[in-house]
Design a protein around this ligand. Structure first.
Ligand code: AMP
Length: 427
């Protein structure tokens, strides 16, 4: 590691002290790479997956570059979902306060009047694009004096169809602004918007090979439709598991499965788009704290959940596309920890599954389960969006071990290492 401490990177003393009190002493790789450039005022493009420490990578220098006499807002952080917006605020609030800066989140699905009031007072505004535009249209917020703009998870914002809204928002900010774009990929459409929004950016690719090869064990289990619940119960009652995320296709399926697990004395909680925001937040908080160690979720509701201590991801229903497979299994093995991805496959689905995940390098695992990777092909992967090549493999242990890379025995109760993100679309 080039830099041993945040102070070495040029971060102000107040922020360094606050970080230390949060137990954050050594910069992660992405932080070492981008913080000096951001402090120097450069535009930055950073390829940085969730869990890499990207929030502090932009948050620390952003806070360091602001003063309490700055206009409100003078920094804008755009995020694709309310969950991500809330978590960014939660993570940055202590260091913002250390510099007497206020920070607030605005997002859809909650009362706009209160948000309008908070937004008007915030030096740093964290927003989902749609709600921000509403507030601007109502005359509650002006972006004229925004001189630092962050686009967090830019790839997701594009995936979710926010490009036209983001274009409009970016145009309203100061044209001499500093722009920071963080994204799991910098290719394709993200690359094009990056070019349009930034000036002579410094580009940083974070996922270097040594960090990428984490250890996710992929397992496929051939089951009969009738035997699925029993198999799941067997997996869930194994002693060596930590927090477990179980994926199902439908909202109703999630509720039904939670009930069936309860009948087998396994306590689980469901998370999907029909739950209220409060219910979703509570479910996630209980899960993170280990109060309930099994979360049953749909793809959309679970998108981006990054909870430290998820040791197992179980596909109770097979995913619909290869992307979904990659995203689902990517919820485990965060922070350099190891993880297990188990997929229950009914016999009549094995060809579909094998075809779908072809190209992910899991041929051996399929064969071990008696599912030849050669048999598939007609699966539903045809419906998958084309992905850039660096996303077409499961991401495995994409960051160095850190605070949230706690061993399984430490999970629960700390509230650390959390990150969640879910789209408001429902399935
Ligand atoms: P992020 O990629 O921003 O979602 O960060 C993932 C988690 O890593 C968060 O819980 C952070 O608090 C934690 N984290 C970020 N940077 C560091 C660091 N330098 N040392 C320890 N933990 C960190």
């Amino acid at each position: 590691m080039k830099h041993a401490s945040f102070a070495d990177l040029g971060v102000s003393e107040a922020v360094v002290t606050e970080l230390a009190s949060m137990g954050i002493e050594k910069p992660f790789a992405v932080q070492s790479m981008v913080i000096p450039d951001i402090l120097d005022g450069h535009d930055v493009l950073a390829q940085s997956p969730t869990g890499s420490g990207k929030t502090l990578a932009f948050g620390v220098p952003l806070v360091s570059r602001m003063r309490d006499s700055d206009p409100r807002p003078s920094a804008l952080i755009l995020a694709p979902t309310r969950e991500l917006a809330l978590q960014i605020v939660e993570e940055l609030r202590p260091i913002a306060h250390a510099r007497a800066l206020s920070i607030a989140a605005v997002y859809g699905g909650a009362g706009i009047v209160k948000q309008a009031r908070l937004a008007g007072r915030a030096h740093i505004l964290v927003a989902t694009p749609g709600r921000l535009l509403d507030l601007i249209d109502r005359g509650d917020v002006s972006l004229r004096r925004v001189r630092i703009l962050v686009l967090d998870e830019a790839d997701r914002m594009l995936d979710m169809g926010f490009k036209p809204v983001v274009d409009r928002i970016v145009k309203m900010t100061d044209e001499n602004r500093q722009t920071l774009l963080f994204s799991a990929t910098l290719e394709g459409e993200v690359g094009r918007i990056a070019k349009a929004y930034t000036t002579s950016p410094r580009r940083h690719e974070h996922a270097h090979p040594a960090e990428r090869k984490g250890d996710v064990e992929h397992r496929f289990v051939s089951v009969s439709h009738d035997g699925k619940v029993d198999h799941l119960v067997t997996e869930l009652t194994k002693a060596e598991r930590g927090l477990t995320l179980v994926f199902v296709r439908t909202k109703r399926g999630a509720d039904r499965l939670v009930k069936r697990l309860a009948n087998s004395s396994v306590k689980a909680v469901a998370m999907h788009g029909d739950k209220s925001q409060g219910q979703r937040e509570r479910a996630l908080a209980n899960f993170e704290a280990g109060v309930v160690d099994t979360l049953v979720a749909t793809d959309v509701a679970a998108r981006g959940i990054d909870v430290a201590g998820i040791t197992h991801v179980i596909n109770y229903d097979i995913p619909a596309t290869r992307d979904d497979y990659v995203h689902r299994i990517g919820r485990t093995a965060r922070a350099g920890a190891s993880g297990v991805g188990v997929t229950l496959v009914a016999r009549d689905q094995s060809a579909e599954l094998a075809g779908m995940i072809r190209g992910l390098g899991l041929d051996r695992e399929l064969e071990l389960a008696g599912m030849s990777s050669k048999t598939g092909g007609s699966g539903r992967n045809g419906g998958s969006r084309p992905r850039p090549s660096n996303e077409s493999r499961p991401r495995q242990g994409a960051r160095p071990a850190g605070r949230s890379g706690a061993p399984r025995s430490e999970r629960g109760g700390q509230g650390q290492g959390k990150r969640s993100r879910s789209s408001s679309r429902s399935r």
